[in-house]
Design a protein around this ligand. Sequence first.
Ligand code: SAH
Length: 502
Amino acid sequence: MSGRVFLVGAGPGDPGLLTLRGKACLEAADLVLYDGLVNPLLLRHSHATAQRTCRVGGPGDRHLDQAEINRQLIDAAKSGLTVCRLKGGDPFIFGRGSEEAAALAAEGIPFEVVPGITAATGAAVYAGISLTHRDHASAVAFITGHEDPAKPESAVDYEALARFPGTLVFYMGLHRLPQIVERLIAAGKSASTPSAVVNRATTSRQRTVTATLSELTEVVQRARLSPPSLVIVGEVVRVRAQAKWFEDRPLFGKVIGITRPEDQAETAIDQAVAMGALPVVIPAIEIGPPPDISAVDAMLDRLDQFDWLVFTSVNGVRGLLLQLWQRGSDVRKLGRCKLAAIGPSTATALEEFSLRCDVVPDEYRAETLADALVPLVKDQRVLWARADRGRDVLPERLKAAGAMFEQVVVYTNRDVTELPAAELAMLERGELDWVGISSPSIARSLAKLLTPAARQHLGARTRLCAISPVTAAAAEEVGLPVAATATDFTWDGMFAAMVRCQ
Ligand code: SAH
């Protein structure tokens, strides 16, 4: 039985610039081989083993042996695996994707190629440059800057490029920029042609410099730009002044630690990226299955006996309702039960099951939820779907109010024993601007996980943002200084608080 290979364009960096087909391929894969330009955030769309095949940073982003990569693709597919080969930008634009496809074809291995947004269009659009602006260009050329223009056998014809009636875009050209500029001007291209270099395009680290062609080399050297960078030469660069947008995003360039468990960080990651930030996932807790699933099942079997169901987290909602489904039942079992949620995210989680909340307090805290429920629960049967740890405000207050109160543990909430090494190193170097803390248990766990080297940046280089006053108080209690607290108790609310505090 033979497997197959998807050659997929990953886009230029922004993880939102993957195609829907590309995402489907990642979801279907057993093995992902990705190159040095691919944003590792894309790997969250896959459950497969993932392996990087290439280093970045060196001149021309040197690939590890192409024959070896081809071999790996072929061997994996022959052993029956579905392989996703993820390549930066578009797989067929300066990407050697066609060589990989040919190697697969030669072995009779079924493959599919998924185009991607190539660096030229990604970089130009995110820098506010229209490559074919009708007032300035009637054509665009994608050129490799990797070849030495001084070599007589160079395949790049600089005389033709100087006469070309449109925009020139050089890939892999940064390390040869002086020679490229020199050859273009020598071949007759005007020294005053507007030009730009876009570095790390479409990511929160994007940097764009502009200059006339003759001054470009010096400006780039002064800005100390490094690969990957793209060189754009042409009158169209003028339009950047009016169409610049990406670099003006509210959290552009900020590096933000997301402390949620990895499989639940998705929305926070997407929101951070949408605001121009670089999300760094540093999960401080992990969510696991309940210690006793039979206790959950027993409770589910008599769910229709309750008057109220109370939820204090998204995990509580999913823990209870997904198990209800697993058990062969569905939400009709909730009967005439009324529903209470502690805050907007928990309420949204219920909406995903087409359930509307009867009570959501204004403030995201157990006390406020208890205040809202106390007048309603006398002689009522109340069930709380909870974690194995947390505060006991609800049982105390609701029992005192005359409720017949029961609880069931539908998930566990554990401290992780260590932070991922690369991310911890970033914290220790003071590279994070913000860390968002979205619950008291995360605050307490984080306090134990931070090394002295990481701690020294807190409050100075790295600031902490809490999702609510309760979480802020929990953080302060364990010695974590909170610089901002959300007024809307969601990750969106935290990002808004960070923007206010810049
Ligand atoms: N297949 C890729 C190109 C691979 S060649 C594509 O379609 O985009 C590698 C070159 O692409 C780099 O040297 C650089 O010139 C350019 N490049 C790729 N990603 C980039 C990015 N995010 N910002 C600027 N240039 C990028």
